[in-house]
Ligand binder design. Structure first.
Ligand SMILES: Nc1ncnc2c1ncn2[C@@H]1O[C@H](COP(=O)(O)OP(=O)(O)OP(=O)(O)O)[C@@H](O)[C@H]1O
Ligand SMILES: [Mg+2]
Length: 351
């Protein structure tokens, strides 16, 4: 959703997750991308629940202090949404130009959206002619609920910023991959972003996202299972999971293994669904991102259960690191910034 009316300027990326807010700002230099600002702030678990902002004052204040802490002067903001407020569908339309489709999209999209069309903002990307040809083209249709967009743009405005683009996590990850990894043209790459409450799965082919799905599962399920099995508080379970706290008497590994199994199964199911609808293709590699990808043993587990090579994506792989960035914590922070780095490549005025 481009709210910018065509101008192109540097913007700050704001990834408002349910457990933490990430800010990133990048410059595009002659040598390539340079990251110049990077900030991270945790949110209390009740501020954003399942993608809905419950406590907007807490969220606004967290954004404000991050912007201040990172000394960010730019006001224009690119952020993103994921989960059940976002509907992404691949559909076929009669072949037409982008302008023609832009004019008729509200009408064309209606039958594919499970909400009244008046309640959503619609965007699209033309993927190309359908394999069957016959004057049809494939289009990725994106619908986002207006009330959710409003909730997010309001906290951004309240923090003194100017929301110019609301993107979708999967598309931000596509941008992050594009600047960091050289993917062979015929390869299908799966992106699995494991957040706190949502895991988004997508498949990129030829530089375009051709499949997406989100599942309401993430780091919180690990924490909750540890909490249940070991009878400890959410905070203690979280600390045991992340290794912040160790206790000789109790180990979170049984709970972690159980949830890892469920998550790997769900990822496999989604990818099987994608492969079922896409004849003769296969997924060459899974790239993980999101804080949940830091879970001990999870990448190896995912690889074993899906029989697909798994790697944790490094959003800073091909990026110059600016002088104000704390290099010591960069590797540790990398999994949190897959979406943020992708958003930071957006210049508003982009589609
Ligand atoms: N070292 C670690 N080991 C395991 N899990 C971790 C670690 N560090 C952070 N996490 C988990 O990562 C999750 C947060 O990741 P992330 O910041 O990507 O999510 P989010 O964007 O806030 O959430 P969402 O996208 O679901 O709204 C939390 O569940 C947190 O417990
Ligand atoms: Mg997230």
């Amino acid at each position: 959703m481009d709210l910018s009316f065509g101008k192109k300027k540097n913007a700050v990326a704001l990834d408002i997750g349910s457990s933490s807010i990430k800010v990133a700002q990048m410059n595009q230099t002659r040598r390539g991308w340079e990251i110049i600002r990077l900030g991270y702030a945790e949110l209390p678990p009740e501020a954003i629940v399942d993608g809905s902002i419950i406590d907007s004052i807490t969220v606004t204040n967290a954004i404000k202090s991050l912007i201040k802490e990172q000394n960010i002067g730019v006001k224009d903001t690119v952020s993103s949404l994921t989960g059940h407020s976002v509907i992404i569908k691949k559909v076929s339309f009669p072949a037409m130009s982008e302008e023609e489709l832009a004019d008729s999209i509200q009408w064309e999209a209606e039958q594919y959206i499970p909400f009244p069309i008046i309640d959503v903002n619609i965007d699209f990307q033309i993927l190309g002619a359908t394999t069957e040809g016959r004057g049809q083209m494939e289009v990725m249709l994106v619908a986002v609920k207006k009330d959710v967009i409003n909730d997010y743009t309001n906290v951004i405005k309240e923090a003194g910023l100017n929301p110019v683009v609301i993107d979708v996590d999967s598309f931000a990850l596509e941008n992050m991959m594009e600047i960091n990894y050289a993917v062979a043209p015929g390869d299908n790459i799966a992106m699995v972003n494991i957040g706190a409450s949502i895991t988004s799965i997508s498949v990129i082919f030829g530089g375009l996202t051709i499949f997406t799905r989100s599942i309401p599962m993430g780091g919180n399920q690990f924490t909750e299972e540890i909490q249940r099995q070991l009878n400890v508080s959410f905070k203690d379970a979280e600390d045991l999971k992340t290794g912040k706290k160790t206790d000789a008497g109790i180990s979170p590994s049984a709970a972690v293994e159980m949830v890892s199994t469920n998550l790997a199964f769900e990822v496999k199911r989604s990818l099987d669904f994608f492969l079922g609808g896409s004849h003769g293709s296969y997924v060459n590699k899974i790239y993980l991102s999101g804080g949940g990808s830091k879970t001990a043993g999870l990448p190896a587990f995912m690889q074993e259960k899906t029989s697909i090579p798994v790697e944790v994506a490094d959003p800073f792989k091909n990026i110059e690191i600016g002088k104000d960035i704390d290099r010591g914590s960069l590797q540790d922070m990398a999994p949190f910034f897959g979406v943020g780095v992708g958003l930071a490549t957006r210049r508003f005025g982009d589609r």
